[in-house]
Design a protein around this ligand. Structure first.
Ligand code: XMP
Length: 327
């Protein structure tokens, strides 16, 4: 396989077995060692499938010459940053810098209710934090990215700019290392499994760059964000436990209140909306008919366990008209 090419050879076999994954891993390791030599490589490690697999490949190829930076923007799901630290620093012994930038992001976002402005703030601040970390490091000449083949195809078709993680600094003068750029998502997952990454990471559902920020609608407040994170964890836990095939599933806590009654007293708290979709290409999506008992279980748990939520709704809106995300 030619790791410098942006074109997937027509006869390249789909990587769908452990043996094919092993063969790919061996080739990729050799190619990365040849490219990097004794140089240092920087990687923004979000904990998503693509960047995690790239990290695991590079750890295998060059060990501590890889420097991973995980920026916690305060909008991660419950347990996600902790899992990145556990898997990469503790289990794989990676060189990992963890930056808790929660206050920076939430302070900048305070009072901002416009969804596009929120996305901008999060994207720009991410670049700033990452560039600041890069500036503190000496002798880095390579930047690794979890670009996959659909990114290249879409970028060539002009659908979206060729960027991961919401766009990394253009002016950082690095040579790119993109070991999975000719692979499709399902192949990246097979490779990740073979590299020993946990299933919860390899099979992770898509999670937008702006994170919970676009699911805590309107102006984000810390208390509502905390409620969203807990409710979302319950939704994920129950759907995972039910073992059903749902493409994307999460909670939303909108910026409004509803009246309820709790312990005989009036409650005036947030509603929580459960959003589940099935799709092939995310251009259109349908809403699965969840089991009534499952909906009840999630509702009961959210109402009992999440302070500040007094009502639970299930979103029946297909795409179109509704987008997957609320903002
Ligand atoms: P929509 O809401 O556009 O979502 O129907 C389609 C898919 O894209 C994800 N999504 C995002 N991903 N940054 C991302 O990296 C974003 O700003 C963003 N907005 C939506 C969404 O989760 C769904 O999988």
């Amino acid at each position: 396989m030619d790791f410098t090419s942006n074109v997937r050879p027509a006869d390249m076999a789909r990587i769908n077995t452990p043996e094919l994954a092993d063969a790919f891993i061996a080739e990729a390791v050799e190619a990365m060692r040849a490219q990097v030599g004794d140089g240092k490589v920087l990687l923004a490690l979000s904990g998503g499938v693509d960047s995690s697999v790239v990290a695991a490949l590079l750890i295998k190829a060059i060990g501590k010459q890889l420097v991973c930076v995980h920026v916690n923007h305060g909008l991660m799901r419950k347990g996600e940053s902790e899992q990145v630290i556990e898997v990469f620093r503790n289990q794989m012994d990676a060189n990992l810098t963890y930056v808790d930038a929660t206050d920076r992001f939430l302070d900048l976002l305070a009072g901002e209710a416009d969804p596009e402005a929120k996305r901008h703030i999060i994207g720009e601040e991410f670049i700033k934090v990452f560039a600041e970390e890069a500036a503190k490091m000496d002798g880095i000449s390579f930047l690794a990215q979890g670009t996959i083949y659909p990114d290249i195809l879409e970028s060539e078709a002009g659908v979206k700019a060729h960027h991961n993680v919401g766009g990394l600094p253009e002016d950082l003068d690095f040579e790119l290392v993109e070991p999975v750029k000719l692979l499709f998502k399902d192949e990246v997952r097979v490779v990740g499994r073979q590299l020993g990454l946990p299933a919860s990471m390899v099979d992770r559902q898509p999670f937008p760059g702006p994170g919970l920020g676009v699911r805590c609608t309107g102006a984000i407040t810390r208390d509502r964000l905390a409620a969203l994170r807990e409710a979302d964890a319950i939704v994920r836990e129950e759907i995972d436990a039910a073992g059903i095939d749902v493409w994307q599933y999460f909670a939303v806590v909108p910026d409004m209140r509803a009246t309820g009654v709790r312990d005989g007293k009036r409650a005036f708290e947030w509603p929580c909306i459960i959003r589940c979709i099935n799709t092939v290409d995310v251009m259109t999506a349908t809403v699965p008919e969840l089991d009534w008992a499952l909906l009840h279980k999630m509702t009961d748990r959210i109402l009992a366990e999440v302070p500040g939520i007094c009502r639970v709704l299930y979103d029946l809106t297909p795409k179109p008209i509704g987008t997957v995300e609320f903002e």
